[in-house]
Design a protein around this ligand. Sequence first.
Ligand code: PMP
Length: 360
Amino acid sequence: MSRFWSPFVRDLVPYVPGEQPKMANLVKLNTNEHPYGPSPLAIAAMQAAVNDDLRLYPDPNADQLKTAIAEHFELAAQGGDKSWVFVGNGSDEVLAHAFHGLFQHDLPLLFPDVTYSFYPVYAGLYGIRHETVALNAAFEIDPADYARPNGGIIFPNPNAPTGRLLPLAAIERLLADSPDSVVLVDEAYIDFGGDSAVALVGRHPNLLVTQTLSKSRALAGLRVGFAIGQPELIEALERVKNSFNSYPLGRVAQAGAVAAIRDRGHFGAMQDMVIMQRDSLTTRLERLGFEVLPSGANFVFARHPEHAGPALTAALRERAVIVRNFRQPRIEDFLRITVGTPDQHRALIGALEEILAGAV
Ligand code: PMP
């Protein structure tokens, strides 16, 4: 607290990002980064972009990137084009602009009570009325619970940190039940086996879908995210962005992102690898007695019937394995474990075997 602060800063409750510890030899499975590197073509494109042209401002409209995204999702088949795409500095920034530009209404914004913990932070930042909706007993989002007057709906699909995936039919039901409010589907983790709601954008003017290059394209360090929706919604985001920072993405990021989006071969191979590793990790955790929720993401959410989550997390940390545990009602005994490499999984399972064999 400082006398120099604006009054509203005193009441802000900021997001606490997952830890990025600096120690060497850690098995780091806490922030859902991709275990392998990005597309070599993206790396080459970024290296090529490091030249004298960096004295120039980047394209404020990121036209090439928007075009690459529109092509990747075949928006033309739905009557769309690059004007259906918004890009930002990570999907966190895209989400912030969506909260600011689309969710400030008299009726409350709805989101699940176990979900991405940035949502209440944005709602606090922009003074947005909001209500949370409990997940069902299987930790799933039930569309019927959202069929009431609202000023918007947002949820990740798959949800975070549970990993549970909602089928497109359930999303269509949500869209049909709330035709007068924006439904934002945060698809940070959709590429690990889910069906994207981008396919529905042409038919639903109230749908906005966000995605990121941080997870499936292994570019968390680049900070690139995007939204897809009809121009009416995209214009709201552009207005907010242009009142805030007209150059959200630098030249290097734009060049790398274009190449990453176009490299479908690398993308597909990496998706398959993560899905395969997720399935094998699930089996191995189940063999150790864990309950593992079905995951559509690049992480699993698991709890052991005999061991408290915080104690397990601490015992793993003592063995240099870092996973995420949320001190929240209902999920405090779960570990959220990022899908890693076979070596990382061996280290994790070995550490767990040791912990479960002794007293934690
Ligand atoms: N949405 C969800 C559900 C997430 O878990 C994350 C990653 N923490 C993000 C959005 C933001 O990702 P990024 O800003 O790296 O695109």
